[in-house]
Write a protein of this length. Structure first.
Length: 254
């Protein structure tokens, strides 16, 4: 499952790059996130042999960057520019929170495990909000299906990751009488790999569908610009082009 999970993580990387979304709005954050997780999977499973210390600190850095990257990517589903600004502020505040804790308690597993808790809580809160919103839009207006699928993938993934976090770091179900139960650790990793594989494939489907919508919106915007140039002398200030063409700027937030 580690190998299958790594292959599944590679797919969204290729899809984002192949569909030329690597520089589109908040997709760079998602691309970086998947590159980091893919790299950690490859190293931790031993497909590329490196020193265990490197793997250890790579994992810590990966966990630290996860929340800010995902929160920033989730701005893609924001309903307004103001909401987006607030989300970006939360991402910056969270980075500051991470730096303060690291300066106080040091750069170690205990510190990172403390940081992960609030990060997961923030991500899951946004995921629930956007999942409900995008699902309503898809059902009622029959559009933005790709966004609904992507939010579903993220909600599923981080819902499961939150449960794993509680079991592994809070309740420590893998430790009994001071001894690590290897079977519990292996089962936890198996669940993580299965969740990661399914969510990565699901989000790929959402990205592909969303790319088609982006292309249509781009074409419509070009059409509006061409119309504004052709009929610039025809329209008066009391009859703006925007009142005749569709409100594509508003459409882009849905």
């Amino acid at each position: 499952m580690g190998l299958i999970s790594s292959a599944a993580l590679l797919i969204p990387i290729l899809v984002i790059i192949g569909l030329r979304l690597g520089a589109y709005r908040s997709f760079p954050a998602l691309l970086i996130y998947y590159i980091l997780v893919f790299g950690f999977n490859i190293l931790s499973e031993g497909y590329i042999k490196v020193d265990n210390t490197i793997v250890h600190y790579y994992g810590l850095i990966n966990n630290l960057l996860e929340a800010p990257l995902i929160i920033y990517f989730l701005t893609y589903f924001s309903p307004s520019a103001g909401f987006t600004r607030n989300m970006k502020k939360i991402s910056l505040f969270f980075i500051a929170f991470e730096i303060i804790l690291i300066l106080i308690f040091g750069f170690n597993v205990n510190t990172v495990s403390i940081i992960m808790g609030p990060g997961l809580l923030i991500i899951i809160s946004f995921c629930i909000h956007f999942f409900i919103r995008q699902t309503k839009i898809t059902i009622m207006h029959h559009k933005a299906t790709g966004k609904a699928i992507m939010t579903s993938a993220l909600l599923f993934a981080y819902g499961c990751y939150s449960i794993i976090y509680l079991m592994y770091y809070v309740f420590k179900t893998h430790i009994e009488n001071g001894q690590v139960k290897q079977k519990e650790v292996e089962d936890t990793f198996l669940i993580y790999f299965v969740v990661t594989t399914f969510s990565a494939l699901l989000i790929c489907a959402g990205i592909i569908i969303e790319r088609r919508r982006i292309q249509k919106l781009t074409e419509l915007k070009h059409t509006r610009k061409e119309l504004s140039i052709v009929y610039r002398d025809t329209f008066t200030t009391k009859t703006p082009v925007k009142s005749i063409a569709l409100d594509f700027d508003r459409e882009e937030w849905n």
